[in-house]
Design a protein around this ligand. Structure first.
Ligand code: DOR
Ligand code: ZN
Length: 341
């Protein structure tokens, strides 16, 4: 196959940040995707509808073709009324659960899921999706076991208590998560990032630490990577594209305490194509990238198409990022597919 035309994809999990870097982050995503689910872990976080509307205005001011779908950041204090306001706005499409301390800018997240039962009950009633960062945060739990711990201790009981809750298990990284989502009701789906399909923890740790592959949830062992590859190779519609593209400047990554996140937006669809081709599933790329997400969210599929052509190209080794530089995922690597402009 030399060329692949698919319906224009959407990114169902994206960090754009704020301020001067939006010129780069919004444009990079708009070049490939039509819509994106915008994560709310700004500093300070987007905790109410007024903040979401103001943030959307700053994204729209970039004047690109991107349609941002906004989310709220749940805290211990998010009320059912706040959820109703968000729903009524028509602008906030989902809410995000960050267990406090799980990742970047999650300090204001939820310390005990019982604190937000009223908010979750309201989500269930409205059919509004809950997006979860699925990791427990107890210091005694090994970082490689935190996703499985979250399923057993938090997610399974939560979905039992709220069986009509629409829920996306974000950026899954383990065979246990893929299995859990597969076995759950049709109201439960998952996003998968390019880095968790392309790499495992050996890629990050053997022969020197590759700080630009460090993200959360952290890359797991190869058998988990294979389970994710298997999940997207079936025709299971519960799995869809969410890059979790999470830009941090080069200096913040290449530091004694490097930030978590991979900036995949500039080559996102090409990275996914590279992955899908490597496990012989290119014919499954369109459903994963462009159909399963809108179908799950009850939104129309995009009508435009994009075309990928088989031609070798090199991902840039760095890009401008405000006054700094950023190292994109796959920097300097040769990819086999290029999206035509
Ligand atoms: O690697 C990550 N980076 N994982 C997250 O959950 C958050 C993200 C970020 O915002 O930097
Ligand atoms: Zn994220």
């Amino acid at each position: 196959m030399q060329s692949l035309t698919i319906i224009r994809p959407d990114d169902w999990h994206l960090h754009l940040r704020d301020g001067a870097v939006l010129a780069r982050t919004v444009a990079d995503t708009a070049a490939q995707f039509n819509r994106a689910m915008i994560m709310p872990n700004l500093s300070p976080p987007v905790v109410d509808t007024a903040m979401a509307i103001a943030y959307k205005a700053r994204l729209d001011a970039q004047n690109t073709s991107l349609t941002p779908l906004m989310t709220l950041y749940l805290t211990d204090h998010t009320s059912a009324q706040e959820i109703q306001l968000a729903f009524d706005s028509g602008i906030v499409k989902a809410v995000k659960l960050y267990p406090a301390g799980a990742t970047t800018n999650s300090a204001a997240g939820v310390t005990n899921i019982e604190n937000i039962y009223p908010a979750i009950e309201k989500l269930e009633e409205l059919g509004m999706p809950l997006l979860v960062h699925g990791e427990v945060t107890h210091s005694h739990v090994d970082i490689f076991d935190r996703e499985k711990g979250f399923i057993d201790q938090q997610l399974a009981p939560l979905l039992q208590r709220f069986p009509k809750l629409k829920c996306v298990f974000e950026h899954i990284t383990t065979s246990e998560a893929a299995q859990f989502v597969t076995g759950a009701s049709d109201l439960v789906a998952a996003t998968i990032t390019p880095q968790h399909l392309l790499y495992n923890r050996n890629d990050m740790l053997v022969g020197g630490i590759k700080t630009h592959l460090y993200c959360l949830p952290v890359l797991k062992r190869n058998t988990h990577q294979q389970a994710l590859q298997q999940a997207v190779s079936t025709s299971n519609t519960k799995f869809f594209l969410g890059t979790d593209s999470a830009p941090h400047a080069q200096g913040a990554k290449e530091s004694a305490c490097g930030c978590a996140g991979c900036y995949s937006s500039p080559a996102a669809i090409e990275l996914y194509a590279q992955a899908f081709e490597s496990f012989d599933a290119l014919d499954k790329l369109e459903a994963f990238a462009s159909l399963n997400g809108p179908d799950f969210y009850g939104l129309a599929r995009n009508s435009e198409t994009i075309t990928l052509t088989r031609r070798s190209w090199q991902v840039p080794s760095s890009l401008s990022f405000g006054n700094e530089l950023i190292i994109p995922l796959g920097a300097g690597e040769t990819l086999n597919w290029k999206m035509e402009a």
